[in-house]
Ligand binder design. Structure first.
Ligand code: HEC
Length: 390
């Protein structure tokens, strides 16, 4: 029989590598190496066919980068240029991230595809036990196509390197125990699957009758959820309400609830219970309070609190001066209540002004009252002096 190849079995990784190197140095063609785990440099000697996977990765990467760049240039500079704050439509720097991602995508997809093509989905297994041997160590070397003369040479080489068993494989490859029949059936299956996939994609494109609509959509619930309108009946909850109220006892973020009602009694009670916080009273810089007053209060109360703000010129009823004896006697806590809940025509400022800032405003008022003389009580109030009209 002419010999189609050789299988040699080894007991350790070292002997396997040494044998592979020796056979390679002698100029023979190594087929494959088998080991229970990957051996670092083995690919240098075993299976010298060059893999096309790196090149596929490079080509896929370049195509991906070019595709990403062209897609963005086309969409944002040619087909649909939008003026975004006067920025140029062709801002290549903004295209870099997407092009980079497309490079990765192209390269990895090409590598996977090349791997599948190259492997043909064949998973080669060395027969657990070489025919005619007893060892079954897991380390083996395959040497391809050796004639009868070379057989002697290689056998001795391998034995020197430490092979424990050597089996000759006849040209038809049967006794190697490789699943030649199995491989052909895999190949047929692979071709069939690829053809079926191409056919399906082709059919999907051909049968896509209306290009302005989506093709078949799988699980579209995220894109096409049925959003409820605010006042439509709720199908899920028994009370049929769409807007849900918070769980009882929920404390809102931001302003902490004050345990007061918007009544005069509670304003007086706040006067006896709420006091200027110590840390705010210790602040020495008056600018924030003054700025808050200019923003939120001056329109009605006037820059110095005399009750002569600009709204009076538009018909707003004049507020009382904040420099009257009444306002000076008002407790800090009551003022806090006035700012939080409002008082008659004076609107609540709870939403505009944070609690600490309300205290800063009160400090500012106290500064004004300390600095400026007392204003008379407003006209018509019980404490107002009798006017002498001519
Ligand atoms: C929309 C106009 C308006 C704005 C803005 C306004 N107030 Fe008043 N404020 C009034 C009116 C009107 C009264 C009188 C309410 C009443 O009749 O008891 C008043 C009363 C007050 C009182 C009670 C005075 C007293 O003697 O009873 C204080 C204190 C006060 N405001 C502080 C402020 C502060 C501080 C701000 C800024 C956050 C502010 N107000 C913003 C209109 C306004």
């Amino acid at each position: 029989v002419s010999i189609g190849g050789l299988y040699a079995e080894f007991e350790t990784e070292t002997t396997l590598v040494a044998a592979a190197r020796a056979v390679d140095d002698a100029g023979f063609d190594l087929g494959d190496a088998y080991a229970p785990y990957p051996i670092g440099d083995m690919h240098r000697w075993a299976d010298s066919r060059r893999s096309g996977i790196p090149r596929a990765g490079l080509i896929g990467g370049i195509l991906g980068a070019a595709g990403g760049a062209v897609l963005q240039v086309w969409t944002s500079a040619v087909s649909w240029p939008l003026d975004v704050g006067g920025k140029p439509a062709l801002s290549w720097l903004a295209f870099v991230p997407v092009a980079f991602e497309m490079t990765m995508l192209g390269a990895s997809a090409a590598v996977v595809l090349a791997f599948l093509l190259e492997a043909e989905l064949r998973f080669r297994h060395r027969p657990a036990k070489l025919p005619g041997t007893t060892a079954g160590t897991g380390f083996a070397l395959e040497i391809r196509a050796v004639g009868n003369t070379d057989f002697e040479v290689i056998s001795s080489l391998l034995c020197e390197a430490g092979a424990v068993a050597i089996v000759a494989v006849p040209c038809d490859g049967t006794s190697s125990g490789s699943t030649a029949g199995g491989m052909t059936s895999y190949r047929v299956l692979n071709r069939f699957l690829m053809a079926a996939a191409c056919l399906l994609v082709g059919l999907a494109i051909l049968l896509w009758s209306d290009r302005t609509r989506r093709n078949l959509v799988f699980a579209p619930d995220m894109a096409l959820s049925s959003a409820a309108t605010t006042y439509s009946p709720n199908a899920i909850y028994a009370d049929r309400q769409i807007p849900r109220s918070p769980v009882p006892g929920t404390v809102p973020r931001g302003p902490l609830p004050l345990r007061y009602e918007a009544t005069e009694e509670d304003a007086l009670r706040a006067g006896t219970e709420l006091f200027l916080p110590v840390d705010i009273a210790a602040e020495t810089d008056p600018t924030r309070g003054a700025a808050l007053f200019a923003t939120f209060c001056q329109t009605c109360h006037g820059s110095e609190g005399h009750g002569d703000g600009i709204t009076l010129k538009r018909g707003f009823q004049p507020p009382p001066s904040l420099l009257t004896q009444h306002a000076r006697d008002m407790k800090d806590g009551q003022m806090f209540h006035v700012l939080t809940y409002g008082q008659k025509l004076m609107p609540s400022h709870a939403l505009q002004v944070a609690p600490e800032d309300r205290w800063r405003l009160i400090m500012h008022l106290r500064n004004l009252q300390r600095r400026l003389p007392v204003d008379p009580p407003p006209f018509g109030s019980p404490a107002a002096p009798a006017t002498t009209k001519p």
